[in-house]
Design a protein around this ligand. Structure first.
Ligand code: SAM
Length: 576
């Protein structure tokens, strides 16, 4: 199935998508707002002042880069001209084209990626003055819309480039080591470009992709960098299996860090030692030091030797958060702390009974705790609250929904089993004319009312305590089922979809948010979550084709699919 916009949401044939223009504008704004030093500080927040100063001596901000999908290069040039930008000649891309071909298993001939370099008017002094735009034209009916959707969601190719005004092998190797060992970046390939006589090294951080561009050939630094890039996939089988067998230890180490609020403490006291953190948390200093070292090896913290600069006693080491570790901070928007506590707590216990689920096909959770997880959590307010917050923790998945769907003609959106209202809140904030209705089990209604109150939209929202297998409120223009169907087997899904279909008028739209199992062997978080559903919920993850069948049987046509962050997907279905 190709991705199509729902009726009423189609863009004029020759318009560049708003999401692409917004990304070009962000890249341009970055160049306008940053000199080399501030760009390094923003992109590599784990480095201290001294390290940033040293990096700044060797690097110069060169450009920011984005990949966009205009209907044609002419349409893109017209948009850029409107922004006072006149790109030079379009140069064919080799690297990005190749990466897209292997990522989406498409022939390179289908992917005519061009590169446009354009100067940025009013660029900041001491920084870059250029944006590099990779453009893959996606004319109507080209069949490339799914590639565009997936790339817009994942942003694999956006990067910021720095060049080395005075490159040599030693400097390049040292910069590469600093980025990987200290700044939490991963080596992400690179190469020698004989046409330009330049060596390019790529790095990926949790937030972004960086390029180091050095004139000349630096074979030793490049081959060390490529070895680091390949390290993950070339590990010995026994080494890889041993690492996998210790996965449960990682879950527990992270859960203990979350419980002790180490991220909150390290955010307030960067560089704190094990002894200082032990005093704050009332723990055993030497043992906490060993946990901190493990967390650093997992990439959640960076470790700094004591002030003598010669290694010192490990107990004197100070610790700082990486971007990954910061996600455990309790007050970060979209904090993953609740998920760490849930996966290291109740769901950890039930995963210990996975063999029961595999032997019998019944969920291990119910075998261990005596009931299905929804009634179990409902009886325990603290656990129910943790579950709601853990669901909201992956709300990054919902980010693009309000942009992808045109709600302008809708008046009422009904979120069926909307949890604590995170998605509905985002939709209502994005469309101020819209009213919402959230259907939930009685125990979850208060949490939703509070969360939507905090989001400032509760006055436009009705809260209905009910059971979606009995009935779903009628009268909505758009209905949402987010991460609901994966909780149930096909028979129960048919029942839920039947009640939703009963409530909906012909032609109205149903939005389904789920992780989709890939139809092939592509990696996806859905594969692991499918086992989680088996073990803990009694549901399953499904392929797009499987959802299409369930929807069709309940009276819906699946009309579009958009990829979302965190391997999520938005399926758009129309009531027949
Ligand atoms: C996995 S959560 C998803 C919550 C939210 N839609 C989201 O994406 O964050 C599933 C929700 O289904 C709700 N639920 C379970 N059984 C229900 C029922 N019979 N009627 C209404 N809601 C139900 C649960 O309370 C829970 O909040």
């Amino acid at each position: 199935m190709t991705t199509t916009a729902a009726p009423g949401t189609a863009l004029p044939a020759q318009a560049v998508a708003g999401a692409d223009l917004a990304r070009i504008d962000r890249a341009t704004a970055f160049v306008r707002a940053h000199d080399t030093r501030s760009a390094l500080a923003e992109l590599l927040p784990d480095l201290d002042d001294c390290e940033l100063t040293s990096l700044g001596r060797h690097l110069r901000l060169a450009h920011t880069a984005v990949l966009v999908f205009p209907p044609s290069l002419e349409a893109l040039r017209a948009e850029l001209a409107g922004r006072g930008m006149t790109p030079g000649e379009t140069v064919p891309s080799v690297v990005v084209r190749q990466r897209l071909a292997s990522r989406y298993r498409r022939p390179t001939a289908e992917l005519e990626v061009g590169i446009l370099h354009t100067r940025v008017p009013d660029a900041a002094a001491g920084g870059a003055d250029e944006v590099e735009i990779f453009a893959l034209p996606v004319p109507e009916h080209s069949g490339l819309a799914p590639v565009a959707d997936a790339e817009r969601a994942a942003d694999h190719e956006a990067h910021t480039a720095f060049d080395l005004p005075a490159p040599d092998d030693v400097v390049l190797a040292g910069l590469s080591a600093l980025l990987t060992d200290r700044a939490g970046a991963r080596a992400d390939g690179g190469g020698y470009n004989a046409h330009e006589n330049a060596t390019v090294l790529y790095f990926r951080t949790d937030r972004h992709r960086l390029e180091l561009y050095a004139a000349g050939q630096h074979a030793a630094a490049l081959s060390a960098h490529l070895r680091r890039s390949a390290a993950d996939t070339t590990a010995e089988p026994a080494d890889r299996l041993l690492r996998q067998l210790t996965g449960a230890w990682e879950t527990q180490a992270i859960a203990v860090a979350a419980e002790l609020r180490l991220a909150d403490l390290l955010d307030a006291h960067p560089g704190a030692t094990a002894a200082q953190l032990a005093t704050e948390t009332g723990t055993h200093a030497e043992s906490l030091g060993r946990l901190l070292r493990y967390l650093a090896s997992l990439g959640l913290l960076t470790r700094h030797d004591g002030d003598d600069g010669h290694g010192g006693d490990p107990g004197d080491a100070g610790y700082r958060l990486t971007a990954t570790g910061r996600l455990l901070h309790a007050d970060t928007p979209e904090s993953l702390r609740p998920l760490a506590l849930l996966y290291g707590g109740t769901f950890y216990q039930s995963f210990g009974h996975l063999r029961h689920a595999v032997r019998t096909g019944e969920e291990a959770f119910a075998e261990l705790f005596g009931e299905h997880h929804f009634p179990y959590f409902a009886r325990k307010p603290e656990s129910a609250d943790l579950f709601d917050r853990a669901m909201a923790a992956s709300a990054r998945m919902f980010g693009p929904v309000a942009e992808l769907v045109d709600f302008s003609a809708a008046e009422l959106v009904v979120d069926v089993a909307g949890g604590n209202g995170t998605l509905l809140g985002r939709v209502l904030r994005a469309a101020p004319h819209l009213r919402g209705l959230l259907l939930e089990r009685p125990h979850a209604i208060e949490a939703a009312r509070t969360a939507l109150g905090a989001a400032g939209v509760a006055d436009r929202c009705a809260f209905v305590a009910g059971d979606f297998t009995a009935s779903v409120p009628a009268g909505g223009d758009v209905y949402i089922l987010s991460r609901v169907l994966h909780d149930w087997d096909d028979r129960r899904c048919a029942e839920i979809l039947g009640r939703v279909a009963d409530a909906m008028a012909p032609g109205s739209e149903l939005l389904v948010v789920e992780r989709l199992l890939p139809a092939d062997d592509s990696p996806s978080l859905a594969v692991a979550w499918d086992v989680h559903m088996l073990c803990n919920v009694g549901g399953r993850e499904r392929t797009e084709a499987h959802y299409a069948r369930l929807l069709a049987d309940a009276g819906f046509d699946l009309v579009a699919r958009h990829d979302l962050p965190l391997d999520g997907a938005l399926l758009r279905a129309r009531r027949r």
